[in-house]
Design a protein. Sequence first.
Length: 256
Amino acid sequence: MEAKQITFRYGENPFMQKLNTKIKEGSITTIIGPNGSGKSTLLNLFVNQLKPNSGDIWLEDRNLKSYKQKTIAEKIAIVYQHNNVPGDITVERLVGYGRTPYQSFWNSRDDEEEEVIDWALMVTKLQELRHKKISELSGGERQRTFIAMALAQKTDILFLDEPTTYLDIYYQYEILHLIRELNQKFSMTIIMVLHDINQAIQFSDNVIIMKKGKIVFDGPVREGITEQRIEEVYGIRSMIQWSEQNQCPYMVPLLV
């Protein structure tokens, strides 16, 4: 996917001006930046939930404007930060809603649909919870269920808006390992918004760093996250050190 010369305004207030970025196929790209920098706005432009005032979003060499919404749902899936569903719905039924783009009013679920749902439950390790109600799940289990619903759409591109928000540290890393597994095992192109810089370093191939509606860096994560850039974007001093155990750099804020 690619954004070309995107301009976007909230009301009369200009926010993005001639923004350009291209998502690398088969990679994990993370969008980071301070609150209000435009992370979720950019994500929502990519999934057609917001419309640019000028410029275009491209998907598979076609302008996103030329697709019907149903066709878009067959090509890209999204997991939002806030998901409100009735608490008495079961895991299996909620995951089944991911098949909606492929169903017509007069067709019931067939064997192929069941196979896709079973696959989504297996990948997210939810088989034993399939008959549980959403209200009975932990935060991490709920998030895996919403990811499973997105997987049931059988798209090659998955967007996630702050997928680790409201989760404790164990479930945060459980979700991030699942995301990496989806990318590595199934070659899914994944674009997510994160707040945690170290999680972005550890689980991303590429990073888009935003500040005040502008992209200040777009490229390989280890090139993008530097001490100088963290100070420029977030206004804090830091050290970038190397983790032998994780075999990747990590950022340590300096509070003095």
